[in-house]
Design a protein around this ligand. Structure first.
Ligand code: PMP
Length: 428
C-alpha cells in the first residue's frame, strides 16, 4: 500500500476520534505523490505554480479513477446487476464524502455538476428564474470570476431584474459599507466569491451572509478558490448555496458540486430534463425525482465523482488545517521574496489572501513574463484570469499570477524569483 493510501485508510479509521498528525506538512514528500511533477520542462525540473487554474492529481486519485473504470464501471441508479450496484454505491459514497467535507447536514444537499460554472448556472437558472421579478436586484461584487457574473446577467435579462455591484478598494478588498448600502428590500440574491482567483482576497463570507440574510436575500458563494486552501463549513457560514470544481481540489476535470440547503432544492424547479431526474413520465405529465437527483439529468460523471471523493479523502488525511498552515507560510514567504524583485508590483494586497499572488513587472508584458518563466521550467498563468472587471478596476489588461498548492515548496518560490530575475535580464 502506498504512503498516501495508508494515510487515507488511517484517517478513515480514526475519523471523528483523533485528528491528523499535528506536525507541519512536509511538502516535498507530498510532491512525490504527484507523478506529473516528476518531469522536466525545457530541461529544468517542473515548478508548477498554476494551481488556481487547475491542480495536479495525486496517485491515489488517479488509482481510484483507474480502479473504477477497470472494475466497477456501469451506469448508476438504473440496474440491478452487480456492476451497476457497485457504481451506484461508489457514486453515493463520493457524494457523502463531499457532504462531510463541506459540512452539509445531508448528502441530498449535494448536487454533482461539471464544475463551479455549471453549479452557478444551475442556481441562476433554477433559483434565479423562480424568484426574480422586474425591479428585483441581484448583488454581486467587482471581484467575481466571469462564471459568477454572466449567469446572473443572463438571469436578469430573462426576468427583468437588475444587477448591482459591490466595489473593491485598491488593495482588492470588498467595500463592506457599500455592500450594506446596496442591500435593500429589492435584493433577492447575493452572489459572492469566497476567494478571488485574480487577487487572492479572502472575503468575510459569514459576515456577508448575515448581512444579506438580515435584508431577506439568499447567498450564493463561489467556493472554487476556497475549498483547496482552507476548511469550509457551509453550516457555519450559513450560506444558501456553495459551488466548487473538483479539478481545483486535486480531483479530475469535469466534475464538481453544488451545495444547497435542502428546503431550497425542494422548492426549486429542475433546470435540465432527461433520465434520472424523473419519477415517472407520460406525454401528459412528468413527475420529478427528489433532490439531488432532480438536478442531475442524464448519465453523471461517475468516475469523476469517485476521483473527487478520493481527492477529498486524501486532503482530509493530510488535515486541511495543516494544508492551510503550510500554504499560508508559503504565501508569506512568496510575498517577501517577490518584494525583492525590483519593479515588481503585487496586484491585490488584501489583509487576508489565499493561494494567489498576482503581479506586474514594470515595462514587461505579463505574457512575456510567463513565456520566459516557462523556459525556466516554471509554470504560471498570465492574462485577465476570467475576471475582466478586476483588471478594469486596476486599469490593466492582464497580470502574471503565481498560485500555490499543498505540494509547492519554498524552493519553488525561489525558482520563481530566479526566473523573474532572468526575465529582467532578457528585457535589459
Ligand atoms: N470561480 C472562480 C473563482 C474560479 O477561479 C473559477 C475557475 N478559474 C471558476 C469559478 C470556474 O470554474 P470551472 O471553470 O472549473 O467551472
Amino acid at each position: 500500500m502506498s504512503a498516501a493510501a495508508q494515510r487515507v485508510a488511517a484517517a478513515a479509521m480514526h475519523a471523528g476520534t483523533s485528528g491528523p498528525d499535528p506536525a507541519p506538512l512536509d511538502a516535498s514528500s507530498i510532491r512525490v505523490e504527484f507523478p506529473i511533477l516528476w518531469q522536466s520542462v525545457h530541461g529544468k525540473p517542473l515548478v508548477y505554480l498554476d494551481n488556481a487554474a487547475t491542480t495536479q492529481k495525486p496517485a491515489c486519485v488517479l488509482d481510484a479513477v483507474d480502479a473504477y473504470y477497470r472494475c466497477d464501471n456501469a451506469n448508476v441508479h438504473r440496474a440491478v446487476h452487480t456492476l451497476s450496484e457497485r457504481a451506484t454505491v461508489a457514486f453515493e459514497q463520493a457524494r457523502a464524502q463531499v457532504a462531510r467535507f463541506v459540512g452539509a447536514r445531508d448528502s441530498s444537499e449535494i448536487v454533482f455538476t461539471r464544475g463551479a460554472t455549471e453549479a452557478l448556472n444551475l442556481v441562476a437558472s433554477s433559483y434565479g428564474d423562480m424568484v426574480l421579478r422586474e425591479s428585483d436586484e441581484v448583488v454581486l461584487t467587482e471581484m467575481e470570476h466571469h462564471s459568477n457574473i454572466v449567469p446572473w446577467q443572463m438571469a436578469c435579462a430573462r426576468t427583468g431584474a437588475t444587477l448591482r455591484v459591490v466595489p473593491i478598494d485598491d488593495r482588492g478588498e470588498l467595500d463592506i459599507e457599500a455592500f450594506g448600502n446596496l442591500l435593500g428590500p429589492r435584493t433577492r440574491i447575493v452572489a459572492v466569491t469566497h476567494v478571488s482567483n485574480a487577487l487572492g482576497t479572502v472575503n468575510p463570507v459569514a459576515e456577508l451572509v448575515a448581512m444579506a440574510h438580515a435584508a431577506g436575500a439568499k447567498v450564493v458563494v463561489d467556493g472554487a478558490q476556497a475549498l483547496p486552501h482552507a476548511s469550509v463549513d457551509v453550516a457555519a457560514l450559513d450560506c444558501d448555496f456553495y459551488a466548487f470544481s473538483g479539478h481545483k481540489v486535486y480531483a479530475p476535470m469535469g466534475v464538481g458540486a453544488l451545495y444547497a440547503k435542502r428546503e431550497l432544492l425542494d422548492a426549486m424547479p429542475p433546470w435540465q430534463g432527461g433520465g434520472d431526474m424523473i419519477l415517472s413520465v407520460t406525454f401528459e405529465k412528468t413527475l420529478y425525482n427528489v433532490p439531488p437527483y432532480k438536478f442531475e439529468a442524464g448519465t453523471p460523471d461517475v468516475g469523476g465523482a469517485v476521483g473527487l471523493g478520493a481527492a477529498l479523502a486524501w486532503l482530509e488525511s493530510l488535515g486541511i488545517e495543516r494544508v492551510a498552515a503550510h500554504e499560508n507560510d508559503l504565501m508569506a514567504y512568496a510575498q517577501q521574496a517577490l518584494l525583492g524583485v525590483a519593479g515588481l508590483r503585487v496586484v491585490g494586497t488584501a489583509a487576508r489572501k489565499a493561494g494567489v499572488h498576482s503581479f506586474m513587472l514594470e515595462g514587461i508584458h505579463p505574457h512575456d513574463v510567463g513565456t520566459i518563466l516557462d523556459h525556466q521550467g516554471v509554470a504560471i498563468r498570465t492574462g485577465h484570469h476570467c475576471a475582466q472587471p478586476v483588471m478594469q478596476h486596476f486599469g490593466i489588461a492582464a497580470t502574471a499570477r503565481a498560485s500555490f498548492a499543498v505540494y509547492n515548496t519554498r524552493e519553488d518560490v525561489d525558482r520563481l524569483v530566479d526566473g523573474l530575475h532572468e526575465v529582467k535580464e532578457v528585457f535589459g
